[in-house]
Design a protein around this ligand. Structure first.
Ligand SMILES: [Zn+2]
Length: 333
């Protein structure tokens, strides 16, 4: 499926679909549907009756294989952690179900060299269905150093008929040598009106506020429908000022904690912007007094510190320490 705001990007890929080079780099902000675009392209190329048409037919054998996730000429390479999340197994078996002494290995958040080596084997066999063989690498910045170097070798001497589609949120984090071997397609930030309309069609309330809170990325907004937007962050902060421990008791699990810290960080950035005389970016503050100009730098520091805390939240032992740190930050304000 092509998201409505990506129609122009799709048309530009489609215009050259029969002369695509061996590597395409699709980059743009996170949460705007780049992977969906890459998958749509793969399905279109693997469709066996698509010549001269915009979309895959959905009826041929190629489409059938692709739609059942078993096309022999297609691979999606992503970090184990994303595969696990997609399969709904991120938590793994309960403690009691594991053999005694077995430690639960945390799914990797990197793309590892074995994955790229297996990919090279797959691409070197040749096509099963006499069309191209396609590998989507998502997100490309999660390739670790060894994997990136291994991929670079394949990009330098691509197997005949191979097409690499690298999906990337932060192309600056890719090896320049990898970047330079790809034809680049930059997916722009979505048109806000189209994105809000789409969110409303997905049944989400207050799509504009959700979109704003998620920096304009509609897919992030759609996933985070429980996110504390404007009022709930404000309500939390009010409880926090009166009874911080009661406010923390409102959090059910670490996902809620993560959302809260994200909300607080965006609140702090907004205060910094507003203190400096600029408009708020994430939340709306109708009727709230502007912070004074002297506090803008202090709020910016708080926002950066909250960013550091967000990156460490994954570690369960750290959570109470981090909460303590957050309370200090806001109490000194
Ligand atoms: Zn088809």
């Amino acid at each position: 499926m092509i998201h409505p705001w990506n129609e122009a990007s799709w048309q530009s890929v489609l215009a050259g679909v029969d002369k695509l080079p061996h590597a395409l780099l699709i980059s743009g902000p996170e949460g705007v549907g780049k992977l969906a675009l890459a998958r749509h392209l793969a399905r279109r190329i693997l469709c066996e009756t698509a010549e001269g048409r915009e979309d895959a037919c959905g009826r041929c054998e190629g489409c059938h294989w692709y739609d059942t996730g078993a096309h022999p000429d297609f691979r999606l390479i992503q970090p184990e952690a994303l595969d696990a999340a997609a399969a709904g197994e991120a938590e793994g078996p309960e403690e009691s179900e594991r053999p005694a002494g077995a430690k639960k290995a945390k799914p990797s958040s990197e793309i590892r060299i074995e994955q790229i080596r297996n990919l090279a084997d797959f691409l070197n066999i040749g096509s099963h269905r006499a069309r191209r063989r396609i590998a989507i690498v998502h997100p490309a910045e999660s390739l670790n150093a060894n994997a990136a170097n291994s991929l670079l070798k394949s990009l330098e001497e691509p197997p005949a008929g191979a097409l690499f589609v690298l999906v990337c949120h932060q192309p600056a984090r890719l090896l320049p040598t990898v970047r330079s071997r790809c034809v680049s397609l930059e997916v722009p930030a979505p048109d806000p009106a189209l994105a809000a309309k789409w969110l409303a069609e997905q049944g989400l309330a207050r799509p504009e506020a959700l979109l704003r809170f998620n920096s304009g990325a509609p897919l992030r907004a759609a996933e985070s429908s429980g996110m504390p937007v404007a009022e709930s962050v404000a309500a939390f902060l009010k409880t926090w000022q009166d009874r911080p421990l009661a406010a923390l008791g409102l959090l059910k699990d670490k996902e809620e904690l993560a959302l809260l810290v994200e909300g607080l960080q965006k609140y702090a950035y907004d205060q910094a912007f507003r203190g400096a005389g600029m408009p708020a970016r994430f939340l709306s503050y109708r009727g709230d007094a502007r912070p004074d100009a002297g506090s803008a730098l202090r709020w910016a520091r708080i926002a950066r510190e909250l960013g550091r805390i967000r990156r460490r939240l994954d570690h369960p032992l750290n959570q109470s320490l981090q909460l303590h740190r957050i309370m200090q930050l806001f109490h000194n304000e």
